[in-house]
Design a protein around this ligand. Structure first.
Ligand SMILES: [Zn+2]
Length: 185
């Protein structure tokens, strides 16, 4: 039993706390701000998404395609859908990131991928501002998560019903039908 406990402890110690250490290596002295994700200002479902994202425990096309017959591409742009693509690199995120850049300037902060993923440490003198910034970042992550889920759901619906010729022939260059539901008899 002692051996098992020791092995388990060694596994946990050697396991990285976040996948982002490989995807977005922390800058010198930077740490994932786990506590900042769980401030009382952030509603529960929103903080859960931020926590899951920091753990890398959110679905992506490349992950799902290992187990299910779904495309491994981004439903918005057709690029291979990795974790970094969904939350940092997809072209559709640029307007959102520009908005965050402008908003964070009001707090004398520079928006960056690191700040977005690892969150802002909450410091005593600027505590209220820090809480508010972390709320904005968490809401943005939630927006990315929800809009992706909706788009993936829409794709699945169209793929399924397109097979039964209920949907119209309209497609966009990626080959995915866009809709045009025929009137059923
Ligand atoms: Zn994309």
């Amino acid at each position: 039993m002692l051996v098992l406990h020791t092995l388990h402890a060694l596994t946990l110690v050697s396991h990285p706390d976040t996948k982002w250490r490989d995807l977005l290596p922390p800058l010198e002295g930077e740490q994932p701000q786990w506590a900042s994700l769980y401030s009382t200002l952030v509603p529960r479902p929103v903080r859960d998404i931020s926590w899951r994202l920091l753990h890398g425990a959110v679905s992506t096309g490349t992950y799902l395609a290992r187990f299910t017959p779904v495309p491994d591409t981004c439903p918005f742009c057709g690029v291979r859908e990795t974790l970094a693509h969904v939350y940092l690199e997809c072209a559709r995120l640029q307007p959102l990131f520009q908005l965050l850049t402008n908003l964070l300037l009001c707090f004398w902060l520079h928006f960056s991928s690191h700040l977005f993923i690892y969150a802002l440490p909450i410091c005593g003198p600027t505590k209220l501002w820090d809480l508010l910034v972390n709320l904005l970042l968490a809401l943005a992550k939630m927006a990315i998560y929800k809009t992706r889920e909706e788009e993936v759901g829409r794709w699945s619906f169209l793929r399924l019903w397109g097979r039964f010729s209920i949907l119209g022939p309209f497609t966009y260059p990626g080959g995915v039908p866009l809709g045009g539901i025929h009137q059923l008899p």
